[in-house]
Design a binder for this molecule. Structure first.
Ligand code: ARG
Ligand code: GLU
Length: 689
């Protein structure tokens, strides 16, 4: 009896078919539509994804190879995040026109700015091609042979699909660790022009202080337009191109959100690992994340101290600092969430039950033990890899020396590097990072050359003093004059060289071998999990393919005695406004609008809505994704998650996991009132006041 209770319990716990969890494949959404309807959704599966008719999928694009965007007019206008358009906005900026600081608004179409390296892609269709891809594989096929067969079969599918239409490209991607394969056919447009962006004091309001946080008040959006040739087909930039006429675009609802309202996020989540073993979670939450966080804390402290001393240094390190802080904050949330959910224990318990079930089944018996053995071997090698990337290569002079020597355009690289380089920060970082390296990495894993150097100098500090005084890689003029021989005998380059070659000979082979073996075993384990939990609806891990996540608007309680509302307003922006703090210094125009209460049609209960949170299961890549209501109208643009819920990449907790959404009404308010660009609103279709 007890055994039975445990068994049922394990299934409930690990099945965790938690409300609102999941990133579902659009082409299979019919399987979920019952649940969605129950939660308030009014449309059909065919409305979401159809290959024969225009459907909501035709409003969504992959933006710039890492974000999502959506069409909001019949003239190819699209909205995404400010942080997704950031590079483009920056690339058009100069001292005379600083679009990052002041914002940019094209007054008409001829002022819209082309972007050399920007493309967006529409999903034309997706298709289960498992059978075709595995044709030729038998029970006795080895993993190496299987990889060859899969590649070859996929290649012919891709070649065929890419001939189907102009600008088409295709991919075959594994789902469920290769238990399934899907073909994704895209149409890519490369003439995509910048139409508008608010000043960073709106688009990045709150900066890294508010990043991953609620309550949030960031107007994180920017506008672009897709251009096509006269036949509405993709074409490289040409002044003769015309605005693209999309198959479909989102109507915008001004109705706004209430707690518990249905929401759907349609976009391109990048990566999740929901089905990994307890051992992998244990490594992430108890070893890797904490060490990486500690290393980044040291780097950030060093940078922040120097950045506080001068505006010049603050600007130089602003973007690097933001990048370092982004994952740093996310990992802290992940650790906390995994501990709180006891993910390691729950998974262990599940693995025990799985093993009991697997007994006598030749395919599954002993499987978990084999995987655990590989993790055991791999662990210390992964740890060394973490220190290589997060400590050794975090020293700018070391990683730059490697990039420089290999670069085909050294001059440009050097210009780019020294523009944002401040030697005292790097010097201090070297001491901090290499000291941590020595303290944490067993001697047997430290490269010989490095050990010899350390012995020669006696301490990391002395080694640093010597290197930073003599190296050519920390001095642009010396670098420009240095011969190839000099570059290669430079102290930093020799360090780079010894760490990389040591990694390639001693670390990487073990990691690669382990990962390949694990990949293969995970395929079986995944299949086993699906057989073991017959009644659970599985969704494949995110892999930057189009997904649907649905949930509802919901506040949360991050700690005892604290309860968050799900919506924020302009009042909060005014409370945070502070001319002395860079990240909270809003444009004077916004202050004036607030003073005059000049909100026009965007006013709601005497203020303007700004952001909201919901229970949609999202991850990196979902930035810029459309957030739609039960009728399929656009109500917001996804841009972040709350840090207390970032463990959703590994385990979703309906109590804590919230995505953060820009309320579309705030974007429209900014476009209309702050930017005075109401001509853009005129081309949108607004369905509800
Ligand atoms: N946390 C968000 C993401 O993961 C936004 C990052 C950009 N914003 C920032 N303040 N750094 O990408
Ligand atoms: N800001 C993230 C992005 O750029 C989205 C936040 C997340 O959910 O990780 O995709």
């Amino acid at each position: 009896m007890k055994k039975l209770v445990n068994f049922v319990l394990a299934i409930i716990i690990s099945a965790g078919a938690a409300a609102d969890e999941g990133m579902w494949l659009p082409s299979l959404i019919a399987n979920r539509i019952g649940d969605m309807t129950e939660k308030g959704f009014k449309l059909t599966a065919e409305d979401i994804y159809s290959i024969n008719n225009a459907s909501l999928k035709d409003c969504v694009v992959q933006f710039a190879g890492g974000c999502t965007g959506e069409l909001i007019s019949g003239d190819g206008l699209l909205i995404t995040n400010h942080h997704c358009g950031y590079d483009m906005i920056q690339s058009h900026s100069s001292v005379e026109h600083d679009y990052l600081t002041d914002g940019f608004w094209a007054a008409n179409r001829s002022e819209e700015l082309p972007n050399e390296n920007l493309s967006v892609s529409f999903l034309v269709r997706m298709e289960d091609v498992t059978e075709t891809v595995l044709k030729g594989c038998t029970a006795s096929t080895t993993e190496e042979e299987r990889i060859d067969i899969v590649d070859k079969n996929a290649e012919s599918l891709i070649i065929k699909a890419e001939k189907e239409g102009p600008g088409y490209y295709a991919e075959v991607k594994p789902l469920y660790y290769g238990n399934q394969y899907f073909l994704f056919v895209y149409q890519e447009f490369t003439d995509v022009r910048l139409v508008g962006a608010p000043p960073s004091s709106i688009g990045k309001f709150g900066g890294d202080t508010d990043n991953w946080m609620w309550p949030r008040h960031t107007g994180d959006f920017s506008l672009f337009r897709i251009y096509a040739d006269k036949d509405n087909n993709p074409a490289p930039y040409s002044p003769d191109n015309v605005p693209y006429k999309p198959k479909k675009f989102f109507n915008i609802s001004l109705k706004g959100v209430q707690e518990d309202d249905f929401t759907l996020v349609y976009g391109y989540p990048g990566r999740t690992q929901e089905y990994i073993l307890s051992d992998a979670v244990d490594y992430i939450a108890n070893v890797s994340d904490p060490h990486k966080v500690a290393l980044r804390t040291l780097r950030l402290d060093i940078q922040n101290e120097e950045m506080g001393k001068s505006a010049e240094i603050r600007i130089k390190y602003a973007s690097k600092n933001a990048g370092i802080a982004n994952a740093w904050k996310k990992w802290q949330g992940e650790i906390k969430g995994i501990k709180k959910m006891k993910t390691v224990d729950t998974k262990r318990e599940f693995e025990k039950k799985f093993n009991e079930w697997a007994a006598g089944k030749s395919e599954y018996e002993g499987l978990i033990d084999r995987m655990k053995e590989i993790y055991e071997t791999e662990k210390e090698y992964l740890f060394v890899t973490d220190y290589l990337t997060e400590a050794v290569l975090a020293v700018e002079a070391i990683s730059f020396s490697g990039r420089y020597v290999q670069s085909e355009n050294r001059e440009k690289l050097a210009e780019y590097f020294f523009k944002d380089y401040y030697k005292p920060i790097d010097h201090e970082t070297f001491v901090a990072m290499m000291s941590e390296y020595v303290a944490n990495i067993p001697e047997k894993f430290q490269p010989e050359y490095f050990k010899k150097q350390l012995k020669k100098y006696g301490t990391i500090e002395k080694m640093a003093d010597k290197l930073y005084a003599s190296s050519v890689f920390t001095d642009r003029e010396k670098l420009m004059k240095a011969s190839d021989k000099k570059l290669k005998s430079d102290g930093f380059y020799k360090l780079y060289e010894c760490f990389i070659s040591d990694y390639k000979t001693n670390i990487m082979p073990v990691v690669t071998k382990s990962e390949n073996e694990l990949q293969l075993l995970y395929r079986t384990y995944m299949k086993g999990q699906m057989e073991f939990m017959k009644n659970k609806d599985f969704y494949p891990d995110a892999n930057f393919t189009l997904r649907v996540a649905y949930g509802r608007v919901k506040g949360y309680e991050p700690a005892d005695g604290v309860s968050y509302y799900p919506v924020s307003t302009l009042e909060g922006i005014m409370q945070k406004d502070n001319p002395d703090i860079y990240d909270y210094n809003i444009p004077q125009k916004l202050r004036d609008i607030y003073k005059d209460k000049d909100y026009g049609r965007w006013e709601v209960n005497g203020t303007v809505p700004v952001c909201f949170i919901a229970t949609n299961h999202t991850t990196g890549g979902n930035s810029g994704s459309p957030v739609i209501d039960a009728e399929g109208n656009l109500i917001g643009v996804n841009f972040d998650r709350v840090w207390e819920g970032t463990m959703s990449d590994i385990q979703f907790d309906p109590e804590f996991c919230r995505n953060i959404v820009l309320d579309i009404r705030y974007a429209l308010f900014v476009i209309d009132k702050v930017a005075g660009a109401s001509h853009l609103i005129d081309e949108m279709v607004i369905v509800e006041e």
